[in-house]
Structures are given as structure tokens and as C-alpha cells.
Design a protein around this ligand. Sequence first.
Ligand code: ADP
Ligand code: ZN
Ligand code: ZN
Length: 720
Amino acid sequence: MVALDVPLNRLFGYAIGNLDPHVGQRVIVPFGPRQLSGIVIERRSDAGEFVGKTRNILAIRDDLPALPPETLALCQFVADYYHHPLGAVLSSALPTVFRNVPAFKSPAPACVYYAPDVAILLAQISARAHAQRRVAQALEQPYTPAALRRLHDSGLKWAKLWAEKGWVQTAAESTVLAEPTPNLPLNAEQATAVAALSAAHGFAPFLLYGITGSGKTEVYLQTIAAVLGRGEQVLVLIPEINLTPQLEGRFRARFPGVQMSCLHSGLNDTERAVNWLAALSGEAKIVLGTRLAIFTPLPHLGMIVVDEEHDPSFKQQEGLRYSARDVAVYRARSAQVPIVLGSATPSIESWANAKAGRYQMLTLAERAVPGAVLPKITLLPVKKAGLIDGFNRMAFAAMHEALARGEQVLVFINRRGYSPVLQCGECGWMASCKHCSARLVLHLRDRSLRCHHCGFEEPITHACPDCGNQDLKPVGQGTQRLEESLATHFPGKTILRIDRDSTRRKGEMDAALAQVHSGEADILIGTQMLAKGHDFDRLNLVIALNADTGLFSVDFRAEERLFALLTQVAGRAGRRETPGEVMIQTAFADHPFYHQLLGRDYAPFANRTLIERTEMLLPPAAAWVLFRAEAPDIEHALQILQLIRACFERLAPEFLLPLTLNHPVAATMVKKAGVERAQLLIAAEQRAQLQRALHQAMPHIEVIKCGKGRWTLDVDPIEV
Ligand code: ADP
Ligand code: ZN
Ligand code: ZN
């Protein structure tokens, strides 16, 4: 029986002919007129009845060693829990090259580049070639080709050139025996955490709750050293945006000579396959990757680390909608290894698990750098009349002072573009997307109106289509408009805008970060991309605009996210000896949310939120699944969901009774990218009850005829 990535939820039987395929091996089989790559799941000797009807397996591909039983079992669990075909799960789990029919030819082993003496290298490079100098400086530590390309578009090209001249050396990764960066002497809390983690045996889940800058990474590093010392492998999961070459460098520098595999979207298919194979063979001792790395086979897995475990990017939002954090906990349990979930603002789910004693909580309440204190948070009222270009006067004053001291300032606004609305001053018309129930965002740079939901773009309209008025006004502020107004208020200062538009091309994000580190930028304007994981030396003042938008959302998790985001933004400020300051502009200074944020302690917020969720039977006090349907018109979408609901209504009472069957409703944003959307929420007190009911109902749901519409299932949705 072979699992194939086709939209049918079953396995396919093939005869083995004169081949001898083993379970877990990759095989090529005929499928209709095509050939497909699949994975052998089971061998049956009693297949006599199929003889004559079944076609033969065409080939065994030994470019991929047979997947170990643990990997197959993990994929099977994911397939069952998220109700997704096993073939599709395996296909998401494997690097692309192993989904193709042609065999993968492994290239020569990758090497790392490093400069034995950076001073000699730097002496060869013009003082004005800033980008080249940055890359050269980085080569103090060994860099893989992939990491070099992420550092700069031409990073690898330069390194090769320098290698030819003899200023830079190459070596097989595991043979670079630089001096490891020394362990930092731990403070008492860190020491307790490292001791508990290193001593853990078998399945032991930990929640490492440590404020930003408390030295969680150092705890991971020293714990990992202990695990490596036992000859075991470590899997470290991080949110995509945190996986900067700098973090990779920090790991490599601590463990020179230890082979490490990175797995993230910055790699090409070949690199990903090579790194993945190194993990499977056991050669790579550390696997550092984003959510998809959770499926990497690791024969000697000894520990899993999930950093920033609250981060929504651990949940895949399309196709196989899995939560890499949840799957990681399952995996740690089946592999009987410890797992540590780390965060300054843990998800309420993990918080509840720790409160209930299912996870052991380890707390880091102090900043790690001696003398570094938490930034001071001030709320600044937003009164329309008193604002200058969207800023409270005090914010401007603080910016002037910080810049005068030679420091950097970060202005945080979670909205890219020039302004979120283009409005007619006469009749109130607003530019909106033809395909979505959403406004078009004004992008002045390329003189366009753009939809941030479907990508639709059109030139700026110069007259109101309703009344002909030519006086169309941008309303509200985005990153681009902010950049423009700050340029007039702070002439002579270098302003750097970091958002999805300014970092669209590969390498731009890393280049921008390097510019911040080198001190070239005075004022940074950033969206949430900049909130996370970066450590800026000279940044002591952060100003957050339009934070309130998260407070009154239909999504019950919005406050939790806002707390995490503002904590992270605040964490950017004053990470060294100078105390930082965060100013948040708000119209709702009395909201309990801000009281708790000012209290600088996530625990009261998390406890209050958990109580609210329990009272209102919201996750994690309940388990949810969400069916989403989309169709050309909303009635059709609602009708599909009615049919799905009916499949549950027909279940036997033992399955039906624990369920709360809601009614299908239109999605908050009904129209998106030209289709209309609705959703159906089904809840139960416990996940197991919900799973049992789903397993009963799914066979009936899968055969529903949807016409021009379609549905998807999201188990444990994080966006509703
Ligand atoms: P977190 O991941 O909790 O935000 P990091 O691990 O990045 O924190 O540590 C923040 C800073 O503190 C880093 O510059 C790190 O080098 C430093 N640091 C961590 N642990 C110690 C320690 N025990 N003594 C001194 N500095 C430390
Ligand atoms: Zn008008
Ligand atoms: Zn749109």
C-alpha cells in the first residue's frame, strides 16, 4: 500500500512485481496516465485477491533512505488529528525533491567559509564598500553558502572571490575547529533552568517563561550542550522571522565542529534536501528550523526546543493546517524526550498546561545582562487636536533627546503602505477592493492602490467615482507616510523603513538589519517584522502608534497577541545598561489591558485571560474545529456548511451529545479574492470528544458534492 499526494483520503495498492520495496521507501508508481512518487506504508502478503487488477510499482528510489517507523507514525498521527490525507501529510513533511519522479542527486558536501584573520581580509576591502565589509566582518565566524546569500545577495560571490585570493578559507562544516564562544556565567534563575532541563529524562514538558532579554537563548545553548554530550540530537524550532543569519551564527559559534542543519524557507530545494538527509543520517546533531522542520527524521532525538512558542507562525494557515508546537509536544511524548517551550508571553494554551501541572514552569524574571533593567512604559493620550502628524508632542520631544544622545529610535506602526484609506472629502466614498470586503491601501511610492488581502492593484484614482470631486484625501497613517513626515521633522537623520514592502526581495531584510547594527540608521520605522528577536545595541526609545486596533477585535486572541507584540517591541529597547523607554499612544489608557501591560508582568494578564476563557468556554477551556467554505456567492457557501452540519446531526448520541454545533455564519471578511466565505464552528469540552465525532462524520462529509464551492477543515484554529 502506497501513500500518494492526491486529493483522496486513502492509500493505493500496487503489486511489487520483481522489486522488493520496504515500508518507508520512496517508490514510483503509475497513476492514471501519470507517474507519481509515493511512500510505501504497508506490505500485504494476503493481496492475492488484487492480482491481475493492480499495476506494478515501477521503481524504488534509493536517493531517500527508508523513512524510519517513528516518522511514519508521526505523519499518521498528524493525518488523523488534522483529518488530512496521509499522502499529503508525507508530501508536506518531505523536501520537494523527494516528491518528484526523477531521482535526487546529492551534490558535493556543502562547505563553510570563514576568514582565519578578519583584519587581513578587511585590509583588502575599500573602506567605502560597506556591504562587502559587513560580509567580511561576519566571516569571523563560519558561514554556509545559504547563510552568506541571506547576508547579502552577492555574499557568496564575494566569499568565493576572497577564497580564490586566499583571504578566506573553506572547510567541511564539521571540521572547522574554531574556539567555541564561551558559556556565559549563568545567573541563579538560568542555572536552575539549565539544571532542570539537562537532568530531565523521558517525556518531560517545560514552559520556560522568561522576560525578553532574560537569557533564554543562553539557557537553550547550555542545555543543548548537555544533550549533545549524551550523543543525542536536538531539534530547535523558531518562528520564520527569527531565523536570521545572526542567530544561526550564534549557534555555530558555540558549537564549532558540531554539524548543524538549518531548515527554513531561505534555502533552495537542494540545500533543504541535503540538510534534511544529514538529520536523517544522524550526522547533523542540531537541527534549527521553522515549523516544517518538526517533521525532520532524527534517529537520536534527545530534546526539542520551541522558542517563542506563542508565535502564530507555528500554525500553518493553509493546506495541512497543523500547529508545529502542538505536534512537537506529541512528538516529544512518543519519542520519550524532554521538550522546552520558551516565551516571554506564553500562549494561554501553554499557560493553562503549566497551571494545571502538565508542564513544569521555569521562570526567568530578571534581565540577563547585569544592570540592564526593563524599559519604562508610558502611555501617551491621543487627542486629535494635540497631534502633530500623528504624534503626541511628548513623543517628538523624547525622539529629539534620544537622537541628540546619538541613540537610535524605533517607531512602531503595524500598518504598511502610505495610508490605509483613500477617502472623498465630499461624499465619504472610500477606495475599496473589487474582490474583497476590504479597503485599498494607498502606496504613494509606486502610485498605486493595493489590496493587502488579495494583492489586487490599481493606479490611484484622481476623482471620486461617485461625485466627481477631485479632492481625495489619504486618511490614517502607514509606514510610508510616517517616513515622509519624519523626514520633514528630522532633517539630516537617516530614516530606515523596514516592512514587507521594503524587504520584498531576498536579502533585503538581512541587509536592512545589518544597516541598523552598523549604526547607519537613526530612526527605524517598522512593522511587526521588526518587533521580534533582533538585538539592537543603541536602541533605547520605542514609540508605538495605533496599538489600540488590537483591543476591540472580534478575535478573542487579539489581546493576547497585542500583549506579546508590545512586549516584544518593548524588549527592543534598552537591552544593555541604558534603561529603555517605550511610549505607547492610546485613546484607551483606562483599559485593563494597559494596566497589566504597565505592570510589566505577563502573569496577571495571562491569569485573567485564562479565567475569562474558562468562564466563556473558549479555548483552551474548550476544543474547537472550524469548517470554512468558499463559493462564488455566500448562499452557496452557507449551504455547503449546512450539509456538513447535517452530517454531525445524524451522529449517534454518544458522539453528538458532547458537541456544541453552531450554525454556519458569514466570515468577518465575507468577500476575499473574488469568493465569498462562511464558517461553521463546532466545539466540545475535550479534544478527544471532538476527534471521535470528527472521525465518525468525516467519511460522510468527504463525499458532499460542493459544485463551484469548496470547504476546508481547521482543527484548533487560531484565527476565527
Ligand atoms: P532572550 O532570548 O531571553 O530574549 P537572550 O538569550 O537573547 O535573551 O539574552 C539577552 C542578552 O543577554 C544577550 O546579549 C546575551 O548575550 C546576554 N546574556 C544572556 N545570559 C547572560 C548571562 N548569564 N550573563 C551575561 N549576559 C547574558
Ligand atoms: Zn465623492
Ligand atoms: Zn482584495
